[in-house]
Write a protein that binds this ligand. Structure first.
Ligand code: SF4
Length: 218
């Protein structure tokens, strides 16, 4: 296997991994259900420390009642908290959602902005969430680094990053811009199927022969 001077994989090795991931998960996409950028924003805020399945269950009810900044604010804090309670951290998530709705109405005409800096100003929105919105709702190149992307990228040897920001920068440098959005979904999917946090299934992983972590452990 060829390595970069910085310790990460070569462009060729990274391309091979990406090709295999595409074959493994041709249908990889966001696990969150949404029909508008605003719905994705709310679903992504709710998804912190919560499964996609649970978020989808909650948003099915929430969006049937309210799926615009105005209608969410009209629910009121207590009603919103009671609907999203199952997602956990419901008080802070409700506070962020209400704050984001207020800012969208006051400063962005009620629309979710399609630029990174504006998204980052919204309450409850950090680099990962802003990148998820850009990538999934607007199809703009971004590299959201969640716990799966962070873990799988480091184990495979695509990057060696100690923080999500370092992994984001490393992946952006390594992968062609037009591959960023799909690569993010592919790495998440591989993390769920094989490269699990506690017990990675290296013995049956289709990437074991090109994975730096598996090679090291041999
Ligand atoms: S071989 Fe193991 S560590 Fe490497 S990607 Fe597969 S499951 Fe993860």
């Amino acid at each position: 296997m060829v390595e970069r001077a910085s310790g990460g994989l070569s462009d060729e090795a990274a391309a091979e991994i990406l090709t295999r991931l595409k074959h493994l998960y041709p249908e990889a996409r966001s696990g969150l259900n949404y029909t508008t950028p605003f719905e994705l924003l709310i679903a992504t805020i709710l998804s912190a420390q919560c499964t996609d399945a649970r978020v989808n269950k909650v948003t099915a009810q929430l969006f049937a009642e309210a799926n615009t900044p105005e209608s969410i604010l009209a629910l009121g804090r207590e009603e919103l908290e009671s609907i999203i309670r199952e997602c956990g951290l419901f008080r802070s998530k409700a506070r962020h959602i209400i704050g984001a709705c207020q800012m969208l109405l006051a400063e962005y005409g009620g629309e979710v902005p399609a630029d990174f800096e504006s998204l980052m100003r919204l309450p409850g929105v950090g680099r990962k969430t802003a990148s998820v919105i850009l990538s999934n709702a607007f199809d703009l190149p971004a590299m959201p680094v969640d716990t799966h992307v962070f873990r799988v990228s480091n184990r495979l040897g695509l990057v060696k990053g100690k923080t999500p920001r370092e992994v984001e920068e490393g992946l952006k440098e390594l992968l062609p811009r037009e591959e960023w959005n799909q690569a993010h979904h592919l790495l998440i999917r591989h993390g769920r199927e094989f490269c699990k946090a506690r017990k990675p299934r290296c013995g049956v992983c289709p990437l074991a022969d090109v994975c730096m972590s598996a090679q090291r452990d041999r």
